[in-house]
Write a protein that binds this ligand. Structure first.
Ligand code: DGY
Length: 421
């Protein structure tokens, strides 16, 4: 069967009418950034259904503007922690109490070229979400995260510094993991990491999901290049849409101020020893020790000095020489590199998509192509997995994964259009 047919079948298999699950079994609800990438793929053959995916995600928005990482749309018991563990959340639909990387405005801009009405329909909700990030997670312009799940890069070794500084809650209520029933445990986070993930959830629930308190007083707080650069880029796209649909000068000025603050604060993520953008434990000032697959998002955000960008390219070249399939989620030079364990090494479709998009836009077509080929080659070898071993291209964690299929379709569509032009 052709790859295109396989990708279309996966999106049909995971379609739940108005939203699409990432994969059956492991992730049976609506995930935030998954839905946005999925919309990008669906848009290649059904723009109305793609738009429904975006609108259904927005239905989960909280009154304070946050769009949560997971919207629990069914009683599906096979996922932990489900709605009972997150407790009372203020959105119209039960959800988690943390957010996820805001790729929404960037993809919405692509999906609505020439369609001002759709832009108008969703602009205020996107603006409110960006404002939420700046108000609730911002520290002097730096966008932080209160839970590794909020970064979308759950067990990346970037978070070890922050997790090592926190204790498992002494009164942690007993729980049973479900993820390891759906996938090989050697691919997934450890028991201790899970205890800490659930301890943070318990803390958030205990303070009624007061989001600023969660940032200021919660057990975990790190600055994250993924959230920071993705929001900075999303603000640029929000600004372009604000101008396109004639938003008032106050709105334009607010977004410009966010961009300026984001550009300035990016320097706080520059690890001078590694000479790369990495996560930082905000309270201790300690940097994460390795280059991850969001270190290169400075291009996507159009941030960083000439020197920072050239050092980043040198890291990409170094890593390219060490692996067979770009771009690993963790630095192969670091002891914590594990090529098959979730965010400790495997390459991920959405990160290759974003990083290669930035590289191409900034004029580094060859580097962009390495990332594109890395993912496409892994898909050709193994199929549409959640992530892939960067040494062998073998698929890891879950198969029939929606965003892998969606991104393949988006790239395939782009190639067809270029061929037709
Ligand atoms: C999980 O449960 O593994 C998810 O990544 C959390 O969003």
């Amino acid at each position: 069967m052709s790859l295109k047919k396989q990708a279309l079948d996966i999106l049909a298999l995971n379609d739940r009418g108005t939203y699409t699950i990432p994969t059956q079994g492991l992730y049976p609800h609506q995930w935030n950034w998954d839905s946005v990438f999925i919309a990008l793929g669906i848009a290649t053959y059904d723009s109305d259904r793609a738009w429904t995916e975006i609108l259904s995600l927005l239905e989960g928005q909280w009154p304070d503007g946050m769009i949560p990482s997971i919207i629990f749309r069914s009683d599906e018991p096979g996922y932990f922690p489900g709605p009972d563990r997150w407790g009372d959340t203020p959105g119209a639909i039960a959800s988690t109490g943390v957010s996820q990387p805001p790729v929404l405005a960037t993809i919405v801009r692509q999906l609505t070229v020439g369609d001002q009405q759709r832009r108008k329909d969703v602009f205020d909700q996107m603006f409110a979400w960006h404002a939420w990030f700046h108000d609730k997670r911002g520290i002097d312009g730096l966008i932080t995260n209160v839970h590794p799940w909020e970064t979308g890069r759950d067990n990346c070794p970037e978070w070890d510094i922050g997790l090592d500084r926190m204790d498992v809650a002494p009164d942690l209520a007993p729980y049973t993991r479900q993820d390891n029933k759906h996938s090989d445990p050697r691919f997934r986070p450890t028991e201790l990491q899970y205890d800490k993930y659930i301890s943070i959830v318990q803390f958030g629930e205990s303070i009624g999901w007061d989001q600023r308190r969660l940032t200021d007083e919660g057990p975990f707080l790190m600055g994250d290049p993924n959230l920071h650069f993705i929001l900075l880029r999303a603000n640029r796209d929000l600004l372009a849409m604000a101008k396109d649909i004639g938003k008032p000068p106050t709105v334009i000025a607010q977004i410009e101020a966010w961009i300026e603050a984001g550009l300035k604060a990016a320097d706080r993520l520059w690890n001078p020893e590694l000479e790369a953008f990495t996560a930082i434990d905000v309270r201790s000032g300690t940097f994460s020790p390795g280059f991850s697959n969001c270190s290169g998002l400075c291009f996507y955000a159009d941030a960083g000095s000439v020197e920072q960008r050239s050092k980043t390219l040198a890291h990409l070249d170094r890593i390219n020489a060490d692996v067979n399939y770009m771009l690993p989620s963790w630095d192969p030079n670091d002891d914590a590199f594990e090529p098959q364990r979730y965010w400790c090494g495997p390459l991920w479709a959405q990160m290759n998509y974003l990083t290669s998009m930035g590289l191409r836009e900034q004029g580094y077509a060859a580097h962009a192509m390495e990332l594109r080929c890395g993912l496409i080659d892994a898909i050709e070898k193994s199929g549409f997995w959640e992530c892939f071993d960067p040494m062998t291209g073998e698929g890891c964690v879950s198969r029939n994964f929606s965003w892998t299929a969606a991104i393949w379709l988006a790239w395939d569509n782009e190639t067809q259009q270029q061929g037709a032009a």
